[in-house]
Structures are given as structure tokens and as C-alpha cells.
Design a protein around this ligand. Sequence first.
Ligand SMILES: *[C@@H]1O[C@H](CO)[C@@H](O)[C@H](O)[C@H]1NC(C)=O
Ligand SMILES: *[C@@H]1O[C@H](CO)[C@@H](O)[C@H](O)[C@H]1NC(C)=O
Length: 220
Amino acid sequence: MRAVLTSLCILSALIAPGASLLCQQCTDLQHNNCSTSAPVQCHSSQTHCVSILRQTILSVGGPKMMSIIKSCGTKKDCDLTTSTNAGSFQMITSSKCCNTDNCNPPQINIPLKETNPNGLYCMSCYSGSIDTCDKKENTTCVGGEDRCIQYGVTIKSGGQDMKIAVHGCATRNMCDTQARAAYYGSSFEVKGFQCSSGTRPQLGLFLSALTGLLLMKLFS
Ligand SMILES: *[C@@H]1O[C@H](CO)[C@@H](O)[C@H](O)[C@H]1NC(C)=O
Ligand SMILES: *[C@@H]1O[C@H](CO)[C@@H](O)[C@H](O)[C@H]1NC(C)=O
């Protein structure tokens, strides 16, 4: 029996590399569509082909800029919609997955930005030229943006690096993924990443007292 199991193991180890998924791998920072002539072979842990569409607005009422990332991914990269809000800088991302060779979803819809204030505030700033910025604006978080986030990103596009810095409100999945939900793959280097819960006027003290009580109960 053991011998059979061992040979089965060896067999599956031999078969595994050939069975790994093929996906498109491309990034287009200016359009909502990209494609590669030759798909790449995914790592055996990468069970999905993922496409991430990112919509950015740099000034209130300004044009919507789109970029797309296609890559190999895992299940946790799938079906994520994120929202980030640094006053004038507004970003929404949406990801979709599939699990057959070269299937990266071509069409992704960006949901409408939620506009209802949720009672939280974050200090925000944005820089489109360096990867740090000084906090200055008190920004109202909207919809599901229940975290204050800050990060810098170096974007490698062609030979030239671009740097941006964002401090503001964000949905929790931006924190959970360390901003990978928006800046996925080797074209992006995220630095100075931090998250905290948004401040709620007056309620803050009450909530931390409540959390303290709950923790005491949990551990007593
Ligand atoms: C994306 O681009 C490819 C190749 O340039 C084209 O064949 C395809 O139809 C485009 N898809 C969409 C959704 O525009
Ligand atoms: C941000 O604005 C809100 C509402 O006006 C206020 O309650 C809060 O204290 C302000 N936060 C800071 C840090 O100024």
C-alpha cells in the first residue's frame, strides 16, 4: 500500500508542473484593456487568472483615468472592490477571476462611487510626484471606507519610475491586501504602508472603552 502511495505521490509531483495554469500578464496604466501574445505559466499555488481594473480621479469632477492589470492570482485576489478617498484623489478598483488557461476577464465594471458619509474622518493628502505627502485635509469617509490608510507607490512604467503618495479613507480590503488589491504585481512597489481605523467624533472614546471591555471579557 505504502509503495503504491509513494508512487502516486511521485507521479502527481511529476504531473503537477505541466498542469499549472496559463494566464495573461500585462499592465496598461493608461487604458482599460491590455493583452499579451504569449501567456505566462503560473506558479502552482496560483489557481486563478485575475484582471484588476483601477479607476482614478485626480480632481473633483475631473476625468476618469483607467488602468488594467492582468496576471496569475489566487482566490483571495478575486471579486475585490476597493474604494480609496484622499479628498481630490479618488480611486475605485474592481477585480475578476477565472480558472481556465488564458481566460483573464476582459470586461470589468467599476461600480459607482458611494457618496453617503459614514461618520468617519481621515486626514488626507496626495502627491503625484513623490512617495510621501504631508497630511493636511480632514476628509469625510463615504460608503464602506472604514479605515484610514497611507502609502507610497513607485510605479515602474517602461524606463521611467513614477511615484505617488496617498493618505486618506479606504475600504478594509485595501488594508487586508496591503494595497495589493489596487497595485498588483511587479510593476508596483508599495512603501510606508499603514492602516488605522477612522476617527469618529465623540464616539471614539466610547468605542475604545467598549473594545477594552470586550477584550477584558474575551480574555477573562
Ligand atoms: C482588448 O484588446 C484586444 C487586443 O488589442 C482586443 O482583441 C479586444 O477585443 C479588446 N477587448 C475589449 C473588451 O475592448
Ligand atoms: C474633522 O472634521 C470633523 C467634522 O467637522 C470633526 O468632528 C473632526 O474633529 C475633524 N478632525 C480633525 C482631526 O480635525
